[in-house]
Ligand binder design. Sequence first.
Ligand code: IPD
Ligand code: CA
Ligand code: CA
Length: 281
Amino acid sequence: MESASKDTRGSFAAKKTPATPKGLLGIAVRAARAAGEIINRNFEDRDHITVQEKAKDDLVSNVDQECEIAIRKVIARYYPEHGVLAEESGYSQAGQDSDYLWVIDPIDGTANFLKGIPHVAVSIGIKIKGITSVGVVYDPIRNEMFTAAKGEGAILNNKKIRVSDLKTLDTGIFATAFPFRQRQHMEHYRKILTRVMDRCSDIRRAGAASLDLAYVAAGRMDGYFELCLKPWDFCAGELLVREAGGIITDFEGKPEYAKNGNIVAANPYIIQNLLREIKAA
Ligand code: IPD
Ligand code: CA
Ligand code: CA
């Protein structure tokens, strides 16, 4: 799989890895591991981390930035012509024009990371001509690598994963998150939460959207709903859920989630029941 080789000047250059979903997936995994190493190294010793507030309740640390640089370096080495949209640095120059767009969250769950809560992920999705074709969500602390290539299914550490087969809401456990950065939606969200909680077994708010989606894909959670996500929060996880047999919609049950960032995910048996409660709120 190592594809670095000596070029004519005697230095190491990356051998062209085909830009097929499978080829891209290998490089995305490599990039996620590079960032994961940085996260793990810093997680144990957080005293030296520097933090800035991008906006209210939205923090960025030097570790988020280092992870993003490490990921971008891997992409630039293998696919210098590809576009990038990354949370901390935005669009690359080729970002809007290339057929390939890497959508990156270098640390999903920054607040968890800074508090020492061991629940964070590196999220890397790749869109080919606008269609999400590769997804990698890597939890470096548990060493769990969730991957998907379009049409090939979803995998956790070499094992195929599937969404749960629960058929009713009442025994289900659902992941969610409060709209803590858009508190104007809190009242509406509170109504949704009450309705869903009244009908299901329990609810979790773990703090990393990409892992919420990966856990739905793996059947650990029966569903998930969150308002106002950004593309880097859900690009990879969305493909994981779909490749694991799940359904994703927005809060209206429509496919507009990529535009409005409002995401509902669940298995095909219960998605309509979940949407019914959300829409009724
Ligand atoms: C956040 C986390 C959180 C979710 C927020 C995201 P960040 O990402 O995924 O769980 O509720 O919507 O923005 O800021 O830690 O990358
Ligand atoms: Ca995020
Ligand atoms: Ca982040």
